[in-house]
Design a protein around this ligand. Structure first.
Ligand code: UD1
Length: 437
């Protein structure tokens, strides 16, 4: 029996959630068990994110196949963007008539594609279901609530997801606790990520002991390379903080952004802050005339000396264009501390056991607070500095990796869906693939 599935990606945080599904489908199709359905899939890119470094770089790093269909939707207000995806994706559904649509995460493309499918009575699977920040001012919270309400299969990363869905009246037979699919990508790519050159390119790792360039300027050819070693380095790696910031609540509100930047400038006395900057944030920094607090680098090729001024760390936030998946993962796994308002990074730092200071007052991922390294500081400069001080004092928590965050989430999802599509096994017959079967 053959089944046709459509896999949807739209924005940057979707790509690392779909890559493991594609690997799991390929593995499933190569299984020798002839009783299994063969899954044909098409990859649909809505085009919500379209910049090379917000999209193409992730296809390359994650070895995603070229999208079979590209809707080219682009940016816009929420209604406009969601509406355009709805219109274009419906056309795809009418043409392709899939048996199943798989959406991931909580971006506008997730909701729009789920809605288009359910209206045409096509089954929808939502991966990363059940997350709730309980803050309806976040566009993602609306996307999560509505996508979960209309999906047929809800795959949750952790037990609070199941509890949230149950409270919303979603029948238990639709819910499957399968673990965190982002962790599949993280564990699959970690070794490869650690071998990228980003630490050298950023001038963070500079000594010969690591096999890297001997001097601050790694860009000169071997023949031209000056011989002097930078003796200011007490270790082979300059300790650094990594930051991401793009939520409308933080970057569209001048006061909020000013408060955060105030805290960050304090932090910059202790760690250089490396900030691959989202296009929305770059635009807002300029619009608010706040460029003075930032040092914009035209590329992530930074000389070690650029972090210093008069023998001390330069009190600036170091910005450059967004990085690809592997470079970012490498940086995250080597950072002393991560400051972020992203959702996924809270999970990734928990797995990597790197302190995470979240610049929000809520999280839809509370397990990262209870079992992980995450702490919420909102936009409060004092709290930001106090948490960084704890890192400096070595008072960091050790995370316990949550159950089922083991790199096999996509396989569990594909096995459950393939069996269900095969005529539907009762939940208890899914062979213990989901933890609560
Ligand atoms: C979206 C997701 C958010 C996710 C984030 C990750 C929604 C509601 N939000 O937010 O959950 O954390 O992606 O990045 O779906 N832009 C570019 N180039 C691009 C993409 C965007 O320049 O490739 C600029 C545009 O000016 C656009 C703005 O960034 O207006 C915001 O993009 P948009 O897709 O609307 O939302 P994000 O803030 O990226």
């Amino acid at each position: 029996m053959n089944k046709n599935w459509l896999l949807v990606v739209g924005a940057r945080p979707n790509f690392m959630k779909v890559a493991p599904l594609i690997r799991a489908i390929d593995k499933h199709n190569h299984s020798r068990d002839s009783s299994l359905v063969t899954i044909h899939y098409l990859l649909v890119h809505t085009g919500q994110h379209y910049d090379a470094n917000m999209s193409d770089a992730f296809f390359r790093d994650l070895k995603l196949p070229e999208p079979d269909l590209h809707l080219g939707v682009g940016s816009g207000n929420h209604g406009e963007q969601t509406g355009k995806v709805l219109i274009e994706f419906e056309k795809v559904l009418l043409r392709e008539k899939p048996d199943l649509v798989i959406v991931v995460g909580d971006v506008n493309s997730t909701l729009a594609c789920a809605l288009a499918a359910v209206k045409l009575h096509i089954r929808v699977a939502h991966v990363e279901a059940g997350l709730r920040s309980f803050d309806r001012n976040m566009p993602e919270e609306i996307n999560r609530l509505l996508t979960d309400a209309i999906s047929d299969y809800l795959f949750t990363p952790s037990p609070e997801g199941d509890e949230n869905l149950a409270k919303e009246g979603i029948p238990g037979e639709k819910i499957f606790l399968v673990g965190d699919i982002m962790v599949d990508s993280l564990l699959f790519h970690l070794d490869q990520a650690k071998s990228t050159e980003i630490l050298y390119r950023l001038g963070l790792r500079t000594t010969a002991a690591d096999g890297g360039p001997q001097t601050a300027d790694h860009r000169t050819s071997t023949a031209d390379r000056p011989a002097a070693i930078d003796y200011r380095l007490s270790t082979s790696l300059l300790p650094f903080a990594l930051m991401t910031l793009h939520r409308p609540a933080n970057v569209d509100d001048k006061q909020a952004l000013e408060k955060i930047v105030h805290g960050l400038l304090e932090v910059s006395a202790h760690f250089p802050i490396l900030f691959p900057v989202h296009p929305r944030t770059a635009k807002q920094i300029k619009a608010f005339g706040m460029e003075g607090s930032f040092q914009f680098h035209s590329s992530p090729d930074i000389k070690h000396d650029e972090y210093f001024e008069n023998g001390a760390l330069r009190r600036k936030i170091h910005c450059f264009a967004p990085l690809g998946y592997l470079d970012f993962l490498n940086l995250m796994s080597n950072a002393k501390v991560v400051l972020t308002d992203s959702g996924g990074i809270q999970e990734e730092t928990t797995v990597l056991n790197i302190p995470c200071i979240t610049l929000r007052d809520t999280t839809e991922r509370p397990i990262t607070l209870t079992e992980g390294t995450n702490v919420l500081v909102h936009n409060d400069p004092e709290k930001i500095v106090a948490e960084v001080r704890k890192v400096l004092d070595g008072q960091t928590r050790v995370s316990q990796c949550p159950s089922l965050w083991d790199g096999h989430t996509a396989e569990r999802i594909v096995a459950i869906l393939a069996r269900r599509q095969c005529g539907g096994l009762a939940r208890h017959q899914c062979g213990g693939l989901a933890s609560h079967c």
